[in-house]
Design a protein around this ligand. Structure first.
Ligand code: SF4
Ligand code: SF4
Length: 210
């Protein structure tokens, strides 16, 4: 091979190596602030009636929708998406759970959607589930995080951090609700988790601290 083609070949190889190196070490944008802040859980007061439970929220939700949840036997977590009017949420007899998940300790092992296009399968009455949880001293209540109907924060974080060890996870707290948990780890403060959270469960530092 003469001098010029060899030079071109070497230049091409060098260019390929540089591209491979740059794409391996992706530049992750760094948010010009601090780390994300997890919003405190939502609390409510509950009234029981023969055909419904009414939950009076102690704060206005950002989205106007919340999850009402109840734990059932065998580590099963049931939830329904509900609208909020004047800080009140009503679960009536005949309102069926939208999803159920299996809980082990603080981990959500699996989530299954029960609401299909035209039916619920199986039909699990949320009113009965809340009353049963109350009677059996199991956890129930309201949460602002819409997991598993929403997983935006985790997906956004995965678009920045490679591998499974990402700083944001969704976990079950001791009082039974699911909420995001943040561990600094390799978080580059890109801000995508709180930018993508529709419910204000994850906040930017300036809004998360009062
Ligand atoms: S999306 Fe992930 S990497 Fe970005 S700020 Fe949130 S936790 Fe950190
Ligand atoms: S983006 Fe917000 S609402 Fe959705 S799963 Fe994450 S914390 Fe929950």
């Amino acid at each position: 091979m003469t001098g010029r083609p060899l030079t071109i070949l070497l230049a091409i190889i060098l260019a390929v190596l540089i591209v491979a190196l740059v794409s391996h070490h992706r530049v992750i944008p760094v948010y010009p602030g601090e780390y994300p802040v997890i919003a405190p859980p939502m609390h409510c007061d509950i009234e029981y009636h023969d055909d419904r439970v009414e939950l009076a929220l102690r704060e206005d939700p950002l989205l106007g929708r919340v999850i009402v949840y109840a734990h059932a036997e065998g580590g099963v977590y049931l939830g329904i998406l509900k609208p909020v009017y004047d800080r009140r949420v009503v679960v009536r007899r005949g309102d069926y759970a939208d999803f159920r998940a299996v809980i082990k300790g603080s981990s959500v092992e699996a989530a299954e959607f029960l609401k299909k296009m035209d039916r619920y399968e199986p039909k699990i009455d949320m009113f009965d589930s809340i009353v049963a949880a109350h009677d059996a001293d199991r956890a129930f209540g309201v949460q602002k995080c819409l997991y598993p109907l929403c997983t935006r924060c985790v997906e956004a974080c995965k678009s920045v951090i490679q591998g499974d060890n990402i700083p944001i996870t969704l976990e079950v707290k001791p009082d039974g609700h699911i909420m995001p948990v943040f561990r600094r780890g390799k978080c580059p403060r890109c801000g995508r988790c709180f930018v993508n959270c529709p419910t204000g469960s994850i906040l930017p530092p300036d809004k998360g601290r009062k």
